[in-house]
Design a protein around this ligand. Structure first.
Ligand SMILES: NC(=O)c1ccc[n+]([C@@H]2O[C@H](COP(=O)([O-])OP(=O)(O)OC[C@H]3O[C@@H](n4cnc5c(N)ncnc54)[C@H](O)[C@@H]3O)[C@@H](O)[C@H]2O)c1
Length: 328
């Protein structure tokens, strides 16, 4: 079968591709496992190319309908993972681009799925930024009203609703995972307003200074990248008969504050004899303002009941990061 991944050059898309190559199969249109013959990645950039004969990296723009349709192709045995997106900080600064990429791009991907023969499975990476404002609860669940207070969150909620409606119409078989902030992203900080969440682990573990733009007691829902990749695949594998009309599932997460992160990395560093870089205050009212309008906690019990994995303890997520991306 053919797997199409938008955002395949990004943090999660790259790892999803590698995981699928190792796994070698997914449930196909027949409802049985089928071997993955080829994976097409569509992204604007590919910082880490994957050398595997099954993988084709297409440089393109999801807001260009022709490019999306050409990359998806016409193979009936296709599954789609839609991960390409502008990140939260960029969307807040560039409203028109956010609509073009996240909304029009999402529509293009969904229309291309609809045009395929059969009823392909489509997994969409949504975000807990869909929660916001006075409707927020502690914790937020799949039943909490979605009133996002950022442009990024708004685009994610609209795509979740579109995906539900395409699925109701039988255009394709969609599923949305509402992702908590995913830690620990390797490399440099990015323009996401949640970039500090990975930075407060990564920079000290690398021996560098972490400049923290939010309060030390700011609570935020976080999960590990390995769990997220496993969850996207698990969500793909759920039979359509197990899903009802709301196909969006918030993934379970830890409640993490910078205080807690500092405690956990101290424990890990002392066990490994690592010298940590410092976490220093660099309060940024703009970032704090965005984060204050995001949920402090989510309850992913509905996703877990469906068979999606809960994250391992925070310390284990740090150990996973060091194993995958730490100094060798
Ligand atoms: N990482 C997180 O903490 C997190 C949390 C919630 C939701 N998500 C969602 O998960 C998905 C993957 O996240 P990630 O962390 O890998 O982000 P990422 O920024 O690393 O990857 C997204 C990719 O989308 C690509 N992209 C952006 N605009 C594009 C366009 N017009 N055409 C084609 N490609 C384009 C980027 O080049 C990038 O490689 C995104 O949809 C994101 O919104 C991530």
């Amino acid at each position: 079968m053919h797997v199409f991944i938008t955002g395949g050059g990004g943090f999660l898309g790259h790892q999803l591709c590698q995981n699928l190559l190792t796994r070698g199969e997914l449930t196909g249109p027949s409802g049985s496992p089928e071997s993955i013959d080829r994976i097409t990645l569509l992204d604007a950039v590919f910082p880490r190319p994957i050398a595997d004969a099954r993988v084709r990296a297409v440089t393109g723009d999801i807001s260009r309908r022709d490019e999306v349709f050409a990359a998806v192709g016409t193979d009936a045995a296709t599954s789609i993972f839609h991960l390409a997106s502008m990140v939260s900080g960029e969307c807040e600064e560039r409203f028109d681009d956010a609509l073009r990429v996240n909304l029009d791009g999402g529509r293009n991907v969904f229309e291309a799925a609809r045009a395929l023969p059969g009823r392909p499975r489509v997994v969409f990476a949504s975000s807990i930024a869909g929660y916001g404002g006075e409707a927020m609860q502690d914790p937020n669940t799949d039943r909490t009203k979605l009133t996002p207070q950022t442009t990024y969150g708004m685009t994610k909620v609209i795509c979740e609703l579109l995906l539900n409606d395409h699925s109701r119409k039988g255009h394709f078989d969609g599923r949305s995972a509402r992702l908590p902030t995913v830690i620990i992203r390797p490399g440099k900080p990015n323009a996401a307003a949640s970039s500090w969440a990975s930075g407060m682990f990564r920079e000290p573990l690398n021996g560098d200074v972490c400049r923290l733009p939010v309060r030390r007691d700011q609570c935020h829902p976080m999960t590990g990248y390995r769990t997220v990749i496993d969850s996207l695949i698990a969500l793909h594998e759920i039979p359509a008969t197990a899903l009802a009309d709301d196909r969006a599932f918030v993934l379970p997460a830890h409640r993490v504050t910078p205080h807690l992160a500092a405690t956990v990395i101290k424990e890990v560093a002392s066990a490994r004899g690592l010298t940590l870089g410092p976490i220093v205050e660099a309060f940024d009212a703009r970032i704090q303002g965005i984060v204050s309008n995001w949920p402090v906690a989510v309850d992913g019990a509905r996703a877990v009941r469906l068979g999606l994995p809960p994250p391992p303890p925070l310390k284990e997520i740090v150990e996973q990061y060091l194993a995958d991306f730490g100094p060798k």
